[in-house]
Design a protein around this ligand. Sequence first.
Ligand SMILES: Cc1cc2nc3c(=O)[nH]c(=O)nc-3n(C[C@H](O)[C@H](O)[C@H](O)COP(=O)(O)OP(=O)(O)OC[C@H]3O[C@@H](n4cnc5c(N)ncnc54)[C@H](O)[C@@H]3O)c2cc1C
Length: 455
Amino acid sequence: MAVDAGGVASAVRQELGSGLRGKLVCPGDRGYDTARAVFNGMIDRRPLAVIRAVEASDVVGCISFARRHDLRLSVRGGGHSVAGNAVREGAIMLDLSGMKALRVDPETQTVRAGPGLTLGEFDRATSAFGLATTLGVVSTTGIAGLTLGGGLGWLNGRYGLACDNLISAEVATADGQLLRASAQENEDLFWGIRGGGGNFGVVTCFEYQLHPVDLVLAGGLAYPLDMAPRVLRFYDDFVKAAPDELSTVASLGLTPAGEPTVTIVVCYCGPIDEGEQVLRPLRTFQSPIDDGIQPMPYTVLQSVRDAGFPSGRLHYWKSGWLRDVTDGAIQTLMQFLPRMPSSASGVGLQQLHGVASRVAPSATAFPHRAEQYDFLIGSQWADATDSHRNLQWTRALFEAMQPHLEESVYVNNLGDEGPGRVQEAYGENYPRLAAMKRTYDPDNLFRVNQNIDPC
Ligand SMILES: Cc1cc2nc3c(=O)[nH]c(=O)nc-3n(C[C@H](O)[C@H](O)[C@H](O)COP(=O)(O)OP(=O)(O)OC[C@H]3O[C@@H](n4cnc5c(N)ncnc54)[C@H](O)[C@@H]3O)c2cc1C
């Protein structure tokens, strides 16, 4: 049954009525502009209505409503997708950010977590029990989108990706069911949501395995850009041979004074004295301008990068997997860095290592299982008049890096880059994912995402 823009609010009220525990926010309502805003300030889209769900029944009701009226449906977890897939012009926006229930079971070292939680909220709650699991490295990111696409963070070397730590999930599917997916129930769905994003349904609850994590040995080493060739070559050899306890990120950027620098940030999640020994060669092979490595609570490490990613800035990202930090790759980066238009931008090499790299590519939907780096040109700036030169620089650097990158990309870094690039993100698992899509969502209701085409 078709419904026009003006009729959506009354149709929602009529059909969901008192069954809707959450809130309906429509154009013209107070709070509409806040509700439709997402992390990336480049995204300015006006949904027909925002349904702010507070429990699973709201989610199921919203899915049925969108389906009945043949309306596009976008799903918002933490709203951090740089492509802006949490919101679409003229769609129904299902906002899960109010679903923040969280229950830690210290006995089994597991947690059940709502899809509206940010990493910071999740980490704070589990750290009260001395427990954590792999999530990302900026605490304002949502656990939902991050986990469904893979989830790369400081604990990946020792404990795998966020999706590797998923024990089960409750999934609202396109046909209005609420299914439990785990290794024992709906196994194919469980396989698909560990890397296949929101293509198969809306997750209303995640259950994760936790691990004892308290103090970690972590922090950064900074060097001037002219040392980058020696530093990055040493870094590449060193971190590939490092024990699973060590996960790292190398980044290149500008200081606030405009000086190009290379920084290596590490997290050793094992005994601190062992970490000191492991890290000694990295800390002493050259003299850094700054060595901030020290024991710190894991939750402190999880928020140290937050200040660099305030909400509302304009973002444009390009990304691909990098196997080796070759001389050619370093040379290209050295050429481009001094011309980076915004000192807020950065180029990151986030290491996929250890346990995360050794899972079989077909064991979960996330296929990129190798010792490698998630290479990301993360451009951000504050003033829209600077957009053109930031976009140009980012595209030119990405183009120049092509010979050094794999023909594949981490799905959670993708912008609006077309179906070919989406296929590269799902890689060898794409045919199985497409078959699953035909089973779980043949009409492609869940298409406001990095979409797997059921046809
Ligand atoms: C500052 C910043 C730092 C980042 N750091 C990391 C990092 O360290 N490691 C890493 O792996 N990634 C990182 N990312 C990428 C991040 O994983 C993605 O942006 C991810 O999409 C964020 O999830 P979200 O819930 O916040 O996003 P949203 O924009 O809300 O959602 C992203 C996608 O997931 C879908 N979705 C969200 N919730 C659900 C749900 N419950 N059920 C079904 N589908 C859902 C949405 O529809 C959308 O398609 C970072 C991103 C940013 C902006």
